[in-house]
Structure formats: structure tokens, C-alpha cells
Design a protein around this ligand. Sequence first.
Ligand SMILES: Cc1ncc(COP(=O)(O)O)c(C=O)c1O
Length: 286
Amino acid sequence: MVPMEGERYHLSPEEAVAQCDANTIGVVAILGSTFDGSYEPVQEIAAALDALQRDRGLDVPVHVDAASGGFVAPFIQPRLEWDFRIERVQSINASGHKYGLVYPGVGWAIWRNQEALPKDLIFNVNYLGGNMPTFALNFSRPGSEVIAQYFMFVSLGREGYRRVIQNAQDVARQLSSGIAEIGPYRLLSQGDDLPVFAFTLAPEIRNYSVFDVSDRLRERGWLVPAYTFPANRQDLSVLRIVVRTGMSHDMAEHLLEYLGEQTEFLQSLDAPLPGQEPRLRKAFAH
Ligand SMILES: Cc1ncc(COP(=O)(O)O)c(C=O)c1O
């Protein structure tokens, strides 16, 4: 685990290399940080590991956790190299149930080639007729999610996925630029990588916190989580918006309007909200 530092909210090539030694079995780069939706620089991380191999002889492979980005980047950032175009990338995972547009229960892990998947992880059975290699934690599993993923691929096609994901990104950018205009908010990301962005409150805001904003949005059915960042930025509390299929430009306008109204009310407070002080103290502890 590489902690955040200052305004670095995800893994950098320098930090990735600094953590490696002779016992390192791999570096995981995340395509689409859970915290702010930004992509970790896979290509730069791989290049830094190439240099590490040249200088110190350590050959460290890369796994890309593309849980969200695996179904985003190929459609709307096709020129971004983060996948098997980079030699050092040996394996990738992606969640079908996020931007893959399938109901929960399906995720994918793919390996660069057969050599990248250790043979002793594969269990070969012949009693089902012919040779059946299987690689799973349990043997009998439903196939319905796989069929659903296949159905979505066939029915939408590459162009269909591109349109759905591009629309999500357009809505995310509409929201992030609208929120920047509301006043007290500071964007940490804009939705330029994943259609996901995080924002915080300006440091001078003392009478309410992002947790109050989240509560007020929830009263109207908008689920916009507020949370603190992990080590070493636990001092930073943010709100995060994840835009998925079905979130339209009209809905984004409604959300902006309601957020604007509620922010105006919170801004008008001349003291911290009653009963909120312990939490405010925690949120503003640093
Ligand atoms: C970066 C990242 N990796 C892994 C996961 C877990 O994926 P899944 O829900 O498909 O198990 C998530 C979110 O759930 C994620 O955001």
C-alpha cells in the first residue's frame, strides 16, 4: 500500500519503484482510483520498472486493477496505453458489474498469455468428457452473469458501449463544472478519467462539513457519499459522484439545482449546525 502524500492522490512511478525490492512479486496499478476517479499512470509506472530492471536487475511485473476503467478507457480513451500494449502488464481485472453494464456478480481477470498464469493454479478434469481446465476458488458456479455480459456486448457493440460511456462522462463533466460554480466547493478531479469525480469544501468553511452536504442530498434521494481520504490524507474529507448509465443531463441539472439550494442554506449558517460539533471537529481535526 502506498500512502497518499500532499496533492498526490494515487500511485506515482517514483513511489512504485521506491517500494520494490527482491521480494516484490508485482506492482498493482489502479485504472480508476476509488477515491477520486483518476487513472494511475500505468505506462509511466511500467517505464520506471523497466529502468529498475536495467539498473538493479529486478524484473517486477504489473497487474492492472481496471475494475472500473477496463470498461471505460477502451471506449472513450482508446489511445491511452494501460493494457497488454505495455509488455510489463501481465494481468488485468475488470468488473462487469460496474461500467460493463451487467448486474452484480460478474468480474473478469485476464492474463497476458498462458505463461503468465501459473500452471499449478489450474485444475484439469477429464470426467466431464474431454479435458476441462478450470481456474476458480469453487467448482460449480452460475453462468448467467457471463451470458448477461455476452448479451450486452452483442446488443450494444463497441459503438454502443462508447456512446453509453461517453454520455456518462459528459454528464460527469456537466456536474463537476456546475459544482465548481456553486462557490464553496473545490474539485479534486473533474471526471476526465472515469466518469467519477471528488470534491471538497474550501478550507475556510467551518459551519458545516461535506458530511452535512451528503446528508442533505440524501434527504432528496441523491446518494453522494462523503468520506475521508486514506493515509496520509485523512485530514481531507470529500464528496464523490459516480455517474453511471441512466444518469441523464436533466437529472444532473436537478441535482445541481438542489445542491445549490442546500449549499446556500448551509452557507447562511452563522454557527456550526446543532449537534454536529464532534463530527465537525473530527472532519476538521487537521
Ligand atoms: C479499484 C477497484 N478494485 C476492485 C474493486 C472490486 O471489484 P468487484 O466489486 O468486481 O469485486 C473495486 C470496487 O468494487 C474497485 O474500485
